[in-house]
Design a protein around this ligand. Sequence first.
Ligand code: IVH
Length: 696
Amino acid sequence: MTDRETTAAERRAEELRRALNDANYWYYVRDQPRIPDAEYDVMMRELKEIERAHPELARPDSPTLRVGAEPADQFEKVRHLAPMLSLDNAFDPEELRGWQRRNARIAAEVEDAGYVAELKIDGAAVALLYEDGVLVRGATRGNGLIGEGVTANLRTIGAIPLRLRDEGEVPIPPRMEVRGEVYMTLSGFERLNERRAAEGLPTFANPRNATAGSLRQLDPRVTAGRPLHFYGFQIQLDPELDTTLPVRNQADVLELLAAWGIPVNPHRRLCDSLEEVLAYAEQAEQDRARLDYEIDGVVVKVAPVALWEELGVVGEREPRWAIAYKFAPDLATTRLLHIRVNVGRTGAINPYAVLEPVEIGGAMVKLATLHNFEDIARKDLRENDMVLVKRAGDVIPQVVAPLTEERTDQERYEPPTECPACRTPLEHPPDEVMVYCPNTSCPGRIYWGIVHFVSRGAMDIRGLGERTVQQLLDRGQVRDFADLYDLEESDLLGLEGFAEISARKLVQSIDEARARPFSRLLFALGIRHVGANAAKLIARAFGGVDGLLAASRDDIAAIHGIGDTTADALAAFLAEPRNITLLDRLRAAGVNVVEPVERAERQPFAGLTFVVTGTLPSLSRKDAKTFIERLGGRVTGSVSGSTDYVVLGEEPGSKAERARELGVPTLSEDELRRLAEERDATASDIEAEAREDSTA
Ligand code: IVH
């Protein structure tokens, strides 16, 4: 490698790092994606390639670290720049007023100094060490003085900047900790648990546990797959250096963090009085169910920084300038009347609790999830026990523990050995916590399968609710997905809640759903491990059912973004003659089995056929294929008269000759990229669309 080549690679790597970090900022912090995902992926791959060829160019702020570094043996112990303090709690307005009175005795100014009220997110506190604006270390709180270095895991969190933005007026201090909360979104938490349950793994009890568990993974690649986010709220300068910051109050701190590219929670309020704080807290408590994360209160901070030192710290642990004003607990006790089970569409047996109805946080709770039988055994839950129930935000209520001191003669719970729906003996695969009904024609499985088939993200058949599905099954009018398409108005008239108009409407919406893209159908089939995203990738790669049926397991696994587990599950599904018959019947019923090509402006290569040959400088053969396909092009294996372009790498062999013979134009990797840019819609269109999508 010559020096000149190294310098070129170095320059390009720096350019890519900047572009990728910038894309991340717009995506995670500003919530306004600026570039298409495909472009991000291609740049990321190029950077990875450069860093592989020039290991000396690896940097601690390289976005390639976001996908997760190699596993560690253990975490290093890390001493924080200064102790990470905890907060005293106030549980009612009087306690909060007491806090203000005590503070006023130490510093009379607090009376009219103002407060900043922030949401108290229920996640895991972390300290991010930035040196000259680069994230060099990140640690959990630990005991407050010493935490665990989980840097590689924190780097996988897209919302955490690997390098701070240095564009504002305030220069970035040479060494400081940004402190804040890592948390898991509720929607992400539920998806994670669903996936784990489907894979037979134990589910997490709540987003906080899931967050803490994700941060303590020895393999950062696992953390990279977890839906984690971050909000910063505090700056701790290095006490060894005498840096200062031009901040007068906590609101300035948050603004400064935001200017450096750290996400800060937009929900907060600068309050003049404690009464205003109380009004804000009341509002926040009412609105909490609308947030996509768990909060357990409001943190009230004396606004002026000048008062913080004056107020001091209690017992070296809790600062007087801040307090946690906690919401009413989302826990209640009630009686667990029955432990029941139902069978899901994958055959997994899901136990749930029927409770004596109880009010928690403004809602009546009658049912709660029990996760799996191991969980029931571990908690030793018994029918008729008094139990502690928790409900947080939109999360399904959970039974936390039995109140054993109130137990009388309740007997230990015995899990069922037969399927509740079809009496088939249950199976318990080794290494899985879930228990399954193996009968594929089990009516319980079919019921949930159809409920899934018609649901919003799948075939989206409006007007076909769970009750109707149950009735259609009970009457034998529907036995599988394909039967839905034979339904006529007269079949529906006899059902509960149906009259002429509603029957006509349902038949109409079943008819409309015939036209859904093939990816929706593929997802609707409920094949294990084939989620909505995987279905889209697969449908796009093969174009429709014919392409899929002609594909081998390895063809499926070769799709970028599809793993072995998914490929195995889909191949197993396609190997069953019954399933092929089902697909044939769906097609015969007029259900669309073709994946429409994406909208033209995002498909600069639509209608073009490419051949890729030789070794490209940064893209592997598979990457180049994915890139071309995502932009709407087709990639074939041999050069012919219908080939539009041949992408040439080093040592291309006979295909280059054939291209020359036939007069097919050739492209280098860079020229391929340029062609995409030339043919793509202007960047401003894409940006405008992205904005629309994110505000829709
Ligand atoms: S301030 C000295 N602000 O609550 C001030 N804490 O015991 C330290 N938390 O685990 C904390 N949201 O990580 C502060 N907006 C917020 C917060 C917050 C969540 C967590 C914090 C710590 C606990 C406080």
